[in-house]
Design a protein around this ligand. Structure first.
Ligand code: NAP
Ligand code: MG
Length: 487
């Protein structure tokens, strides 16, 4: 018997949306030359008008960040910087509901996830880095490591506030100032964060936020006044930026795409593994760079795992992201929905067998049902290319070495998962999987103290933990990827 759920909508009343938002430069909201609109992907309703940052705006923001860097932030003792970071962390926690509701409205992700994952982790990131601000001399980078200067930071739309925190918290803790560009479709929590900076009395110019599209991002990363570029986004844009930095000599970290293997051995508890597979690929509609989008299951248990997985997928609740019982929210934009749809069609045309959960899709907004593909050739694009949506490919293996070979046969290397009750097998796999993060008997777990980043076309540099500080300090960078032997 299946229980019916009554609607459990979160109220929007906690959010005070403005009709329009300026750019946040030098501690104030300022106007720019043109505007665009941000919508709710679940309803297609226009939420607010946002300022599009042009060349002059980026110049102004970089100048404000440089001024703040030289006059206040880099000369302030770490102990004092830490107080501001603590204050921001506390304000994020105090205003958590407001941030969660706004994130869900602008991005389309379920309120359960923005409330329980995005916002608490964003606050935790500021708490964690507040603690580092006066202890950088003990981080293993020499007695008094220096900041780099002005950081230009560009982030995507899948975790708007959380990616902002990953970028801004370590930069500020190390004494840098920042100019950040949020993604075009999800600027609202960044604008609310700008209000938090004002509320925390952060010195003007330490954080500057310039909204806009990819062109604004290009202007920022190409600006000669930027000392360090931190980019999270697609591998294609990352390559373009890397080419540019090879000439300019600016410091660069790239967090790019992924196509992670989630490997289930025959001794794994099936129900737990199925929950892990679901979390791995359907969390945040699969708009997750480290999503477990390639399921590799040991042949002897493949049928039973697949049956249990389909049963569980059929029980996922897709719909209104503001409903507290919703598991799968809206796809972030029409453009992303088109990409997911065409990648899935290409998979079918190539002969892979598609199964989608039998759920009704709302009429308005952008939606895609939880989907899996079996009979997938490992050469097929559906198995190789990042889809960045709720689409899983399933293939089988017989031995651990076959699983390793298949898991590592990708141009990416961001994450992987292993499900087994043998600790020795999990450790052996973890040491041979070429992925920045390997989860054992869990998936998509994040902690500010744990470094995150990729190998190969998933990018370079680490965010979080002691390793993440290195990206914002004037110290010789260690080649993390180079320290690991090829498998
Ligand atoms: P994207 O098109 O590369 O955009 C990312 C950000 O960069 C956006 O703010 C975008 O602006 C801007 N941008 C686009 N082209 C640029 C360029 N040439 N120079 C400077 N900025 C540029 O990526 P997306 O499709 O939005 O995001 C999804 C991708 O991000 C996926 O591939 C995913 O795997 C990756 N991702 C990686 C991580 C990680 O930590 N490794 C985390 C999250 C997402 P507009 O969007 O405003 O146009
Ligand atoms: Mg939006």
């Amino acid at each position: 018997m299946r229980f019916e759920y009554a609607p459990a909508p979160e109220s929007r009343s906690v959010v005070r949306l403005r009709d329009s938002y300026g750019l946040f430069i030098g501690g104030s909201f300022v106007s720019g030359s043109s505007v665009f609109k941000t919508i709710s992907p679940a309803t297609e309703e226009v939420l607010a008008e946002i300022t599009h940052g042009g060349a002059e705006d980026v110049d102004r923001a970089v100048a404000a960040a440089r001024h703040a860097y030289e006059r206040t932030w880099s000369v302030m003792p770490g102990k004092e910087r830490g107080k501001y970071l603590f204050r921001i962390a506390r304000l994020l926690a105090e205003r958590a509901r407001e941030f969660a509701v706004l994130e869900t409205m602008d991005n389309g992700k379920p309120i359960r996830e923005s409330r329980d994952v995005d916002v608490p982790l964003a606050s935790a990131h500021f708490f964690y880095h507040a603690g580092w601000a006066d202890k950088l001399g003990y981080a293993g980078f020499g007695p008094s490591p220096k900041p780099l200067g002005v950081a230009g930071q560009v982030i995507p739309w899948n975790f708007p506030l959380l990616m902002l925190a990953w970028k801004i918290a370590p930069a500020l803790a190390c004494g840098n100032t920042v100019v950040l560009k949020p993604a075009e479709t999800t600027p609202l929590t960044a604008m609310l964060f700008a209000e938090v900076c004002q509320q925390a009395d952060l010195p003007p110019g330490v954080v500057n936020i310039v909204t806009g599209d990819g062109d604004t991002g290009r202007l920022l990363v190409g600006h000669p006044g930027i000392d360090k570029i931190a980019f999270t986004g697609s591998t294609a844009a990352g390559k373009e930026i890397a080419r540019q930095c090879a000439v300019s000599g600016q410091r660069l970290t790239l967090e790019l795409g992924g196509k992670a293997a989630n490997i289930v051995f025959d001794d794994a508890p099936v129900d737990q593994a199925v929950e892990g597979i679901i979390n791995g690929i359907f969390f945040n509609q699969g708009h997750v760079c480290c999503a477990g989008s390639r399921l590799l299951v040991q042949e002897s248990v493949a049928d039973s795992v697949l049956d249990a997985l389909k049963r569980r997928m059929a029980s996922l609740r897709l719909g209104d992201p503001m409903d507290k019982n919703t598991d799968i929210g809206a796809i972030n934009s029409r453009g992303q929905l088109d990409k997911i749809t065409s990648a899935s069609q290409a998979g079918e045309e190539e002969g892979a067998r598609r199964w989608s959960a039998p759920c009704a899709l709302p009429e308005r907004g952008f939606w895609f049902p939880p989907t899996l593909f079996t009979d997938v050739a490992s050469s097929s694009p559906v198995a190789r290319e990042e889809i960045f949506g709720p689409v899983l490919t399933v293939s089988t293996f017989r031995t651990p070495s076959e699983a390793l070979q298949k898991a590592n046969a990708t141009q990416y290397g961001l994450s992987a998962g292993v499900w087994t009750s043998k600790g020795s097998l999990a450790l052996e796999m973890a040491s041979r999987l070429r992925a920045g993060v390997v989860w054992a008997n869990t998936f998509n777990r994040f902690d500010p103290a744990s470094p995150f980043g990729g190998y190969k076309e998933s990018g370079f540099g680490r965010e979080g933990g002691r390793h993440g500080l290195e990206a914002y300090l004037d110290v010789v960078a260690t080649d993390v990827a180079g320290t690991v032997a090829d498998v």
